[in-house]
Design a protein around this ligand. Structure first.
Ligand SMILES: [Zn+2]
Length: 315
């Protein structure tokens, strides 16, 4: 298992495997960058393994298919495994599926998990497994589910087919409908504590811990870019003059720095949303604005004005 620093979760899931009573709907939740999706993929591999080995035997055809799709998903190599459907002359993204007939991975389509995606997942849920004893539907970033999608999903979670397992991954559970969380078996992932974070990073930096929210992968990237972390803090202050200066400062940076700034800012806004300090409508509007800014960057849009417009939706 590739899961690091989540020993508690691993022990817990080991116990579930050995009890042979695995719930049909599970929710893995916790901050970003602490291994939730990786763990969900590995756990799914175990659920589908033909030898029924916890975490998979690594030898059977099911495990081989799962290892292959995991590599493609984590590598961001999605093109060859994306499934679409045609609706009103438009191509609609549904999910990722590889050679394993009993597994689908459902990431958000852009900024949200859409109703078409949930519909297709429901169809999949009621099919018979073709290779393994069961089927697994792994839905990623379910905190980005629209209300419409959540209600549609609820129907199948109420009475899931016996041989179908849902693994939902979310950055928090506060943003989900209580009717969804109450129907799932919850597994909490903790952020890295400061001590292990500093040790693994090789540096004691409170700023990096805060900016990366305990995600080591991001912190390593930010190590060389501490000035951007500082500009972000100014941007997040409630002093409009500081915010304006921060936006101006980012205007001068190259595209790579601008993208990094957007990613950090998006993380912080998502965190605010998960704490319920931002309503869904404004959150969605901001997420859409992020997409527009990213697309506009290559066309030379005025970065400072665009990020300032984000600030005005927010405050
Ligand atoms: Zn196997």
């Amino acid at each position: 298992m590739r899961l690091k620093n989540q020993e508690r979760v691993k022990d817990f899931l080991d116990k579930l495997y050995s009890s042979k009573r695995i719930p049909n709907a599970m929710l893995f939740y916790g901050p970003p960058g602490v291994g939730k999706t990786v763990c969900a993929l590995e756990f799914s591999k175990g659920l589908l393994c033909l030898e029924e080995a916890p975490w998979g035997c690594g030898e059977c055809p099911s495990c081989h298919h799962m290892e292959h799709i995991t590599e493609l998903i984590l590598g961001g190599d999605w093109e060859s495994i994306s499934s679409f459907e045609e609706a009103n002359g438009k191509k609609v993204f549904l999910y990722l599926s590889g050679e394993h007939p009993d597994f689908v991975f459902v990431p958000p389509d852009g900024t949200s998990l859409k109703i078409d995606q949930v519909r297709s997942v429901k169809e999949f849920a009621y099919r018979k497994p073709a290779l393994s004893k069961r089927k697994v539907i792994l839905m990623d970033d379910v905190h980005l589910m629209t209300k419409e999608s959540a209600n549609a999903l609820l129907k199948v979670l109420e009475e899931p087919p016996e041989d179908t397992h849902f693994v939902l991954v979310s950055e928090g559970k506060e943003a989900l409908l209580p009717t969804i969380t109450s129907r799932t078996y919850q597994v909490e992932f903790s952020p890295l504590d400061r001590e292990s974070f500093y040790e693994l990073l090789g540096e004691e930096s409170e700023d990096l811990y805060k900016a990366s929210r305990g995600s080591l992968a991001l912190a390593r990237e930010l190590k060389e870019k501490k000035d951007i972390v500082k500009i972000l803090e100014d941007f997040l202050s409630s002093d409009p003059a500081k915010v304006y200066r921060a936006a101006q400062e980012m205007e001068k940076r190259d595209i790579e720095d601008k993208l990094l700034f957007l990613r950090l800012l998006e993380d912080r806004i998502r965190e605010t949303f998960l704490r319920k300090e931002l309503d869904y409508d404004r959150f969605e509007m901001m997420m859409r604005r992020f997409e527009e800014i990213r697309a506009g960057l290559r066309r030379g849009l005025r970065f400072s004005l665009s990020v300032f417009s984000l600030y005005s939706i927010w405050r």
